[in-house]
Design a protein around this ligand. Structure first.
Ligand SMILES: [Zn+2]
Length: 289
């Protein structure tokens, strides 16, 4: 089970960033995103401005995460002109410092300028097209089988999402369903229960795939993550151990594949199929729409 988390943060950067007396660079910033709280997207991304000459200013961005992020800004400019004058979107690659988002000229160099904006950030590249034909490996060891305690669209907590809950004992090895880069992990929680108050307490692993989708493996046991952010994993690699942390009514693994939504607030749930070729079973678990 999983709930969206929105974090809003207000921040004012003062003129010290600009380095000259003249301009007053005042920013009103709202940081909104949909991601797991501990992905660190809020703490590990940062805007800054640099006056590169008497009449030009660059707005740049630090992305300390191991995967790209997409930034959407709504600008309100005073004494600044540039390629972007209002709303624009930029994808910033992983691990970049001072990545230029926008360049501005001051039409009146001697006068102060002002740039106000609100922003939204999501993990991943919103322009990528998901590979809907990819067949995901079941996220547990071969020759083992676990009951699907809740399928896609399930009434308990999957109403609007395409996700599977596999009931399995605490400590069951979890494997990567697809190659990717570890985008985020959490493993320090020891609490959980069938109440939404525990929604932020699930241990998890998020894996970023080459088509821009992210697989989430939720409810892992405390210290039950054996991979690190930024690490590359192959399909079939051991990544952790199941548990029942977070909003969970009993030991299980929640598995879903998502991509950032175009509204920058809600992830879109990807409808996928399992690769059952190696299981000896003829049965294919089919997706729904
Ligand atoms: Zn679930």
């Amino acid at each position: 089970m999983k709930r969206s988390i929105k974090v809003f943060r207000f921040k004012v950067l003062n003129a010290s960033l600009v380095g000259r007396k003249l301009p007053v660079f005042f920013m009103f910033l709202i940081h909104a995103f949909y991601a797991s709280a501990s992905s660190g997207i809020n703490e590990r991304t940062r805007f800054s401005s640099h006056q590169v000459s008497a009449d030009s200013v660059v707005l740049s961005f630090d992305n300390d995460l191991s995967i790209p992020v997409t930034v959407n800004l709504s600008l309100a400019l005073d004494n600044l002109e540039g390629e972007y004058m209002s709303d624009f979107t930029v994808t910033v690659p992983a691990k970049r410092r001072r990545y230029p988002l926008a360049r501005f000229k001051k039409p009146e160099p001697a006068k102060p300028y002002q740039c106000s904006y609100t922003w939204k950030i999501v993990m991943g590249d919103v322009s990528q097209v998901p590979d809907l034909d990819y067949l995901y490996l079941l996220p547990f060891q071969k020759r083992s089988s676990y009951k699907v305690s809740q399928g896609p669209g399930g009434a308990i907590s999957h109403k609007d999402i395409f996700a599977y809950d596999f009931a399995m004992p605490v400590g069951t090895p979890i494997i990567a369903a697809r190659d990717g880069i570890i985008a985020a992990v959490k493993s320090d929680s020891s609490i959980g229960g069938p109440f939404s108050v525990y929604a932020n307490d699930a241990n998890f692993i998020s894996i970023y795939h080459t088509d821009g989708t992210i697989a989430n493996y939720f409810h892992l046991k405390k210290d039950g993550v054996v991979v690190k952010e930024g690490q590359e994993v192959k399909r079939g690699d051991l990544i952790g151990y199941s548990g029942s942390t977070g909003f969970s009514s009993g030991p299980h693994l929640h598995f879903e594949v998502v991509r950032p939504g175009p509204d920058f607030e809600n992830n879109q749930s990807i409808v996928f199929n399992w690769d059952t070729s190696g299981t000896g079973s003829k049965k294919t678990i089919r997706g729904y729409r």
